[in-house]
Design a protein around this ligand. Structure first.
Ligand code: GLY
Length: 586
């Protein structure tokens, strides 16, 4: 492949232009939301939302260029899966932090006729991985070894996942779905302010981890409007276009990937690549006040945790209490505390560990878990352990939601794990490798980069999939499509999806408001309520602190991209203003 991994060309030379107004893009929400008074902010996330009347299809994803690619496919007669394949590859070019071919993910699909299915294209531990591979001779976890080394990568699943999804449901020609990404990589695209700053922030690590390589580097700092050309990535995508799966898991790309592994004592072999296969899994279902929730089973913990959370709060009058009022926050936090405790013990790859799905979702069990909840005081996390069942023998990601003209819907969450994954590039092939191995439990009780702890269910084993929080979800109302939703955000994925659903169903927010609304998060350990700036009003905070809750402000939580079928039957998008997320409909 060409040596010029990155070319900087003048913005005037760019051929791929965004004509946002032509496609009816709804502008990313105004920053004025942040200027409201604390109380108003917390109780009523008021947005000047433009009402939309799209009914032929919609794409909501993390970059404007990828959204345009997806919409073009829908307009050419492609279905939601065709558009998803095109968006996945376009994100691999335009969102190098998380869009990927070197990572993995999950798809939840619902056809216009109501059949649902899920595809697990999560990465797998290489055959040479072992339970204690991140421990030193004293048995301690070696810092960063599962994050920023060649050993941090699981065997990538994204390309196989796209091929599988396409083979089952795709309609247009495969080559036509990959070509837009090739064009974006070859011709370049204008980078946003956010991508410029993400690239600049990671520069030192790119240089340190990739000696002698220039991928994603330029002289001086990146700035908004610079054009990013990725010639090597374009070549790799051409191989995928022409040879599908074999273009990535065999031939030149496999050679380059394995040679990269050898450079850094990585574990992925040619056999690992050839043996990688994504898996169709039966969706898991739940009901919340008459809405049917269709979501991802293990090896994501997201679906089970979401269903547990919804069940835990279902019998309480959230609607009457209101958005982010103290009773709402307290109840939600206590549910989250208990559910994340269960996650630490019982969730893992179902192909290796018997996940007690039925027990975890048993209404009697959920009721019993919530019995220790006391309105007068926070339940200390030290007093909550993973539950026991009678007779029982687990931040950088991206999500896109798509609905096509017929009403087929796709929710895909995909990831490299950390921002830019391991930050290690496959030399000559122009893509980043994931550091998904950090999602395993390296040692029982020792937190991973998201502060999540785990044990046997999520221990490392060759060929096993690491536990995820990704929660792509589709919701039905009265047998009809109602919502498509998901988000990145590491451990906060589950709670962000949960709160977005509550915002619509309980607090009557429209899709964009529900996405914009400030979020909070609790994950059992550490015993802290994280809130986005001003998510909670002063009075809510005071009341919660009096009851013993420790509240800590954190940065933006997730970037939810969602679609709602509103009361008038139109597609209503929610593109998260926390990122460059974009909704395009027609
Ligand atoms: N890598 C984040 C997750 O899968 O949950």
């Amino acid at each position: 492949m060409g040596k010029n991994e990155i070319r900087l060309i003048p913005a005037s030379a760019i051929r791929l232009n965004l004509c946002k107004h032509v496609y009816g893009i709804a502008a990313v929400m105004s920053l004025s939301v942040f200027l409201f008074s604390s109380a108003a902010r917390a109780q009523e996330p008021s947005m000047n939302v433009k009402k939309e009347n799209f009914h032929n299809g919609m794409v909501v994803c993390a970059t404007p260029d990828a959204a345009k690619v997806g919409l073009d496919i829908l307009k050419k007669g492609g279905n939601a899966v065709d558009a998803a394949v095109a968006v996945q590859f376009a994100l691999a070019v335009t969102l190098p932090e998380a869009g990927n071919i070197g990572g993995g993910g999950f798809m939840v699909y619902r056809s216009a006729h109501g059949e649902s299915n899920t595809l697990d294209f999560r990465e797998k531990a290489p055959a040479r991985a072992s339970q204690n591979m991140y421990l030193d001779s004293a048995g301690n976890v070696v810092p960063n070894m599962s994050i920023a080394t060649h050993k941090a990568s699981g065997v990538p699943g994204s390309v196989d996942g796209m091929v599988e999804a396409y083979n089952k449901y795709g309609k247009l020609k495969w080559a036509d779905l990959v070509q837009p990404a090739i064009d974006l990589a070859h011709n370049g695209f204008k980078i946003t302010e956010k991508l410029a700053s993400d690239l600049n922030r990671s520069r030192a690590q790119f240089v340190k981890l990739n000696p002698g390589k220039s991928y994603l580097l330029k002289d001086g700092d990146w700035k908004e409007g610079d054009v990013l050309v990725q010639e090597d990535l374009a070549q790799t995508l051409m191989l995928i276009r022409d040879k599908k799966r074999e273009g990535f898991y065999g031939g030149m790309v496999a050679d380059l990937l394995v040679s990269e592994m050898k450079n850094g004592a990585g574990l992925i072999s040619k056999a690992d690549l050839q043996n990688y296969h994504s898996v169709w899994r039966k969706a898991i279902y739940g009901n919340y006040k008459g809405y049917k929730i269709i979501t991802m089973p293990p090896p994501s913990s997201g679906g089970i945790a979401l269903l547990q959370l919804l069940q835990s709060v279902e019998k309480y009058p959230l609607h009457r209490w209101g958005y982010n009022r103290d009773s709402t926050v307290q109840l939600v936090v206590e549910a989250e505390r208990r559910v994340y405790a269960d996650r630490s013990k019982y969730l893992g790859d179902p192909d290796f560990y018997k996940v007690p799905v039925d027990s975890l979702l048993n209404p009697a069990y959920i009721d019993a878990r919530m019995k220790s909840f006391d309105w007068n005081a926070a339940t200390p996390s030290t007093s909550i352990q993973p539950g026991k069942f009678v007779g029982y023998e687990s931040d950088q990601t991206t999500h896109y939601s798509i609905v096509d003209k017929e009403g087929n819907a796709v929710a895909i969450t995909t990831t490299l794990n950390d921002s830019f994954g391991s930050k290690i590039f496959v030399g000559g092939a122009g893509f980043l490798l994931n550091d998904e191995m950090d999602d395993f439990s390296a040692k029982p009780g020792v937190p991973n980069m998201f502060g999540l702890v785990g044990g046997k269910a999520n221990s490392i084993q060759p060929g096993k999939r690491m536990l995820s929080c990704m929660t792509p979800t589709i919701i039905e109302k009265n047998g009809k499509l109602f919502m498509v939703v998901g988000t990145p955000g590491g451990s906060t994925i589950i709670t962000s999806v949960f709160q977005t659903i509550l915002n619509v169903i309980e607090f009557d927010q429209d899709m964009q408001q529900a996405v914009n609304s400030k979020r909070f998060h609790h994950q059992w350990l550490p015993d802290v309520v994280y809130e986005e700036k001003d998510a909670l009003s002063d009075s809510t905070e005071t009341k919660l602190k009096q009851k013993g809750y420790k509240i800590v402000e954190r940065g933006p939580s997730g970037r939810v991209d969602a679609i709602l079928i509103n009361k008038a039957g139109y597609l209503e998008g929610g593109a998260d203003p926390r990122g460059d997320d974009t909704k395009l409909g027609w």
